[in-house]
Ligand binder design. Structure first.
Ligand code: IPD
Length: 269
């Protein structure tokens, strides 16, 4: 089997598992949602649905591909990135939106082979909207190939971002945004990083950046954005990761990247 066949096969499996997961998330939302625990801070909640969706996805992956490993937001890792296929899962990205019944929460599922993300799907579970990508094969939504924003002027760019859960980090992020907001069109904070990256891939956001994301927040959406032609990186030569994920079309990338460096966006708590 050619590697492209394998990547499309992994994507097809990811899509079918993520659709079932999105159905479960939406059904549990309709039945009513309460936080069941907090994680890093009092506002970093986990719901029964986050756990139920992650359990269901893990079982489906185990049934279809028993040798693979899974890194998930709620139950952690069975292995480090390494040999073979590792699935990277956020059962519900945008948990706070989910809690408040705001229609921006997503199942995000990516397949990584030997440390490289090769296939990914993000489904907004509230609306059913789906974004997919395979490495080298482009990014799509509803059969339409994505190519990012055509905006070339950072001063006219609508930029998505997000905030972490810890107060000190949020204050740092707000200070960075304070330095940027006078130099762009405006900012959007929708509350689900995976969806933000897909909106940037569509050009519904001109660009996106955020400090503090975990692999499950950006693995699938980051591939969708890069396959749409965006540059998806950290700052100053670093790969996208916990210190920074910036996703922007080439024409906006340098201006945004350099300003984020000046503002120390990847520094601080
Ligand atoms: C969060 C969302 C949010 C982002 C946070 C993430 P979660 O993920 O993606 O938009 O600003 O950094 O932690 O906790 O809802 O899975």
């Amino acid at each position: 089997m050619g590697s492209m066949d394998r990547e499309h096969e992994l994507l097809a499996l990811a899509v079918s598992i993520a659709r079932e997961a999105a159905t479960l998330a939406q059904a549990m939302r309709a039945a009513g949602v309460d936080p069941v625990a907090t994680k890093s801070t009092l506002t970093d909640v986990v719901t029964a649905a986050d756990r139920a969706v992650e359990r269901q996805v893990r079982e489906a992956i185990r049934a279809a591909r028993p040798g693979d490993t899974v890194l998930g937001e709620e139950f952690g890792t069975e292995s480090e990135a390494g040999q073979g296929v590792r699935w990277i899962l956020d059962p519900i990205d945008g948990t706070v939106n989910y809690l408040y019944d705001l229609p921006q929460y997503a199942v995000s599922l990516a397949a990584e082979v030997d440390g490289t993300v090769v296939a990914g799907v993000v489904i907004n579970a509230a609306t059913g909207k789906e974004w997919t990508a395979v490495l080298g094969g482009g990014a799509f939504t509803g059969g339409r190939r994505l190519s990012g924003s055509v905006q070339t002027d950072l001063r006219q760019a609508l930029v998505g971002t997000g905030f972490g859960y810890a107060a000190e980090r949020r204050l740092h992020q707000a200070a960075v945004l304070g330095g940027l907001i006078g130099e762009i069109r405006d900012v959007r904070r929708f509350g689900a990083a995976a969806i933000d990256l897909c909106l940037a891939a569509e050009g519904s956001l001109d660009a996106y950046y955020e400090k503090g994301l975990n692999a499950w927040d950006h693995a699938a959406g980051g591939l969708v954005a890069s396959e749409a032609g965006l540059l998806v990186t950290g700052l100053s030569g670093a790969a996208a990761g916990p210190d920074m994920v910036v996703a922007a079309p080439p024409a906006l990338y340098k201006g945004l990247h350099d300003r984020l460096v000046e503002l120390g966006a990847d520094k601080g708590p």
